[in-house]
Design a protein around this ligand. Structure first.
Ligand code: S5P
Length: 225
């Protein structure tokens, strides 16, 4: 994975959460934020106007701005359903995403299934092992189990979506959502400051509305650590 190279070259540990519902808005924001990020995170199933042109366009932006594409689909199912969701449907996620998220709950089965596929284009994986949302039912044992599974499939798993570096293992990255320079609770989302996340051992900050609901210049609050 050449993510470290991008981080060093662009001097950024920012993953932009591009939670937009139209292609126009999505690509407008990619042009603004693209130079400042190492990862672009998408939720492809919230796009209202997805069509086949999307794949070509997103790959062009990736090439232009040099970032990885993370599709935050949070897969959580049996292997054969997961396979169809990843490679098929209308989105063909595996054809354009470099990285995907999967929930820890049934990640053992999904990773084992993925390992046995003869497919050459398999995205790398982040396991959601802690969450930022208030009232989520993940406990320390769940996170520990995610770590055990990640070690077993470390050919595919590159890290975790987590709130802190719960496993303290340098081979895995910690990507942390729920970030805003004003720490606060907003609906079910618990926001912590970039500094707090970094002090907790986060490698990459996932930031969405704190940037796109603000002046784009605020990207600098989240880019350099
Ligand atoms: O625990 C989590 C995991 C994720 S991936 N909490 C999250 O908020 N996320 C995602 O991060 C969420 O789906 C959304 O896309 C993003 C946070 O967006 P923001 O606008 O609150 O920064």
């Amino acid at each position: 994975m050449l993510l470290n190279k991008i981080i060093l070259e662009k001097n950024t540990r920012l993953c932009f959460s591009a939670d937009f519902t139209t292609q126009k808005e999505l690509f407008k924001w990619i042009d603004i934020i693209g130079p400042h990020i190492c990862i672009l995170k998408t939720h492809i199933d919230i796009l209202e106007d997805f069509d086949d042109s999307f794949i070509k366009k997103i790959l062009e932006k990736k090439e232009k701005y040099n970032f990885f594409i993370l599709e935050d689909r949070k897969f959580a199912d049996i292997g054969k359903t997961f396979e169809k969701q990843l490679f098929g449907g209308i989105y063909k996620i595996a054809s354009w995403a470099d990285i995907i998220t999967i929930h820890g709950i049934c990640s053992e089965g999904m990773l084992s299934y993925l390992t046995k596929l003869n497919n050459t284009k398999i995205p790398k994986v982040l396991i959601v092992s802690q969450m930022s949302s208030i009232g989520n039912i993940i406990d320390t044992m769940y996170s520990e189990n995610c770590y055990k599974i990640a070690k077993k499939y470390n050919n595919l798993v590159i890290g975790f979506i987590a709130q802190n570096n719960f496993c303290n293992d340098k081979q895995f990255l910690i990507l942390t959502p729920g970030i805003n320079i004003n720490s606060k609770n907003e609906k079910d989302q618990n926001y912590r400051t970039p500094r707090d996340a970094i002090n907790s051992g986060s490698d990459i900050l996932i930031v969405g509305s704190a940037i796109y609901k603000n002046n784009p210049n605020c990207v600098f609050n989240y880019k350099i650590l």
